[in-house]
Design a protein around this ligand. Structure first.
Ligand code: ADP
Length: 249
């Protein structure tokens, strides 16, 4: 499978503080990478490295896919990072995600307007387009920011701990939305709840100062017997079961 992005032996953090040590991670085309780990373990820092927002102290970040040049990545920040008092409408939020940057101070082109229309339609926000963000429900706000992340048609969508998406008038769950998007683009999703993301996830990165990468694999008796180590088995509906080997084995 083709790699979109790759971190090799990355050490990163803030000023003189190392948060991630010697982290290597491939992100594949149409990957669905779940990032899990304890609070303060460095998950958001890992996303910042992936997004090119912070430069590693050591190691390399290679962008393999030319379409990600200039890091054309969609980013859905943590809900708590959103300022509800900022006087901006749904449509302005979405258009601020266009590749050319903010459209508050420039006119949108007609292809851009068509794209905004298409994305508002897809996520059921057409009727709310002129609503200020301060008047949205949590779910509506998240959908607006998801539209912003997707309006520039990125090949990779990065989400930092999205809450449950279900809100009145729009009953599709986040998992359904992401599964649908994942047919077209890669997804990196930080979550504290592995159970919630498991139905759709293809690979898992476990982050706690360093990173352990798990290729998700289908459970079989032979595989289980061959491991000779403690495993945690997580089952979810009719999807293939995923086992996470204990780190260090
Ligand atoms: P997680 O997302 O897993 O909760 P973070 O990557 O947010 O972890 O944080 C990892 C560590 O880095 C924490 O100890 C946090 O306090 C520290 N940290 C996060 N952001 C900054 C920053 N901008 N400046 C200095 N330290 C930071």
């Amino acid at each position: 499978m083709k790699k979109l992005l790759e971190l090799v032996s990355v050490t990163a953090g803030y000023r003189d503080r190392v948060v991630l040590r010697d982290v290597s991670l491939p992100v594949y085309e149409k990957d669905f990478l779940g990032v899990i780990g304890p609070n303060g373990g460095g998950k958001t820092t890992l996303l910042r490295v992936l997004l090119g927002l912070i430069r590693p102290f050591a190691g390399t970040v290679t962008v393999h896919d030319p379409s990600l040049g200039g890091r054309n990545l969609g980013y859905l920040p943590q809900y708590k990072a959103v300022d509800r008092d900022f006087p901006i409408t749904v449509e302005q939020i979405v258009s601020s995600g266009l590749a050319g940057g903010s459209t508050i101070f420039r006119r949108t082109s007609s292809p851009e307007r068509r794209r905004i229309e298409e994305i508002l339609e897809r996520f059921g926000l057409v009727k709310l387009r002129r609503r200020p963000v301060g008047e949205l429900s949590g779910g509506q706000m998240q959908r607006a920011f998801l539209c912003r992340a997707l309006v520039s048609s990125p090949r990779l969508l990065v989400l930092d701990e999205p809450d449950a998406f279900v809100d009145s008038g729009f009953s599709t769950s986040l998992n359904d939305i992401l599964r649908d998007l994942n047919r077209e683009i890669g997804i990196v999703l930080v979550s504290h709840d592995i159970g919630a993301i498991l139905p759709a996830v293809k690979n898992i990165a476990c982050v706690n100062g360093t990173l352990h990468y798990h290729n998700s694999c289908e459970f079989s008796r032979e595989l289980f017997d061959s491991l000779h180590c403690p495993v945690r088995l997580v089952g979810h509906g009719d999807i293939p079961h995923t086992m996470l080997k204990r780190h260090g084995d």
